[in-house]
Design a protein around this ligand. Sequence first.
Ligand SMILES: [Cu+2]
Length: 301
Amino acid sequence: MRQSRRLRWAAIPIAAVTALVLAGCTTEQLNGYLPGFVAGQPNVTSKAGMVSSLWVNSWIVLLLVGIVVWGLIIWCVVVYRRRKGQTGLPVQLRYNMPIEIFYTIVPLVLVLGFFAYTAKAQDAIERPWASPDETILVEGKQWSFDFQYTKENVYDVGIQAQADTSSGALPGAVVESALPTLYLPVNKKITIELESRDVIHSFWVPAFLYKKDLIPGHPNYMYVEPTRIGTYEGKCAELCGEYHSAMLFQVKVVSGADYTAYLTSLKNKGYTGTLDNTYNRTATDPGTGAEASTSDNGGQG
Ligand SMILES: [Cu+2]
């Protein structure tokens, strides 16, 4: 009786401290330090919150499991330590049904729980838009990306990151303005089709918390709804050859008006029509008939 009352009193300061700690949490901390979350601003995409809550809640559950396990280990070590004058092995315990049922059921419940929440989030993230506002084809190639804005029939061709050799530039710095840039209109449902011209690449925008492989001959799809205007870094996340590390790009989430203006600028540059295989490295492979007339450019097309 006395002990339970004491526990109840202990609960008050624990709850108060927990509330204070959570109230003092920054947006970054509440989202498990995942990239893309900024205090007072909307999430980068409509689905980023699902990923971060799956991540953060999984960590909370796993830390609670950890605390129980660490506690039991420390308790065993202290309570059943060898005492002065003891020799030989202690009494061995076997076939303890309650414990065996406990350590079978609890992990099973945990695994099923993680599976269910992961499947639920994955289903929501991977569900195709019924009627996308925009459809964009992303072509990976050694070592850059091309972007085809399918509805408007314009495209942009990327080159691999260029080293910044200007005075004062840090070693390894790249010319940001020369990076291929994918423009996305804010608050629109966009289907991104992912393809590759040569080997497997991966399209990764860390701030979107979303990444998917570009596989030659096997289109993949991403369903994105960007919800915050800004510039986000992207990179290839699948080792794809010598200049894999130079396979960088940027994503600019812009207003509808800026998006239209950008597409018009592509049209004015003459980047109209459909991206064909001109930029394929494999266009020069033996057997295509092109090997005689086209010199191998080292795959940097
Ligand atoms: Cu790559």
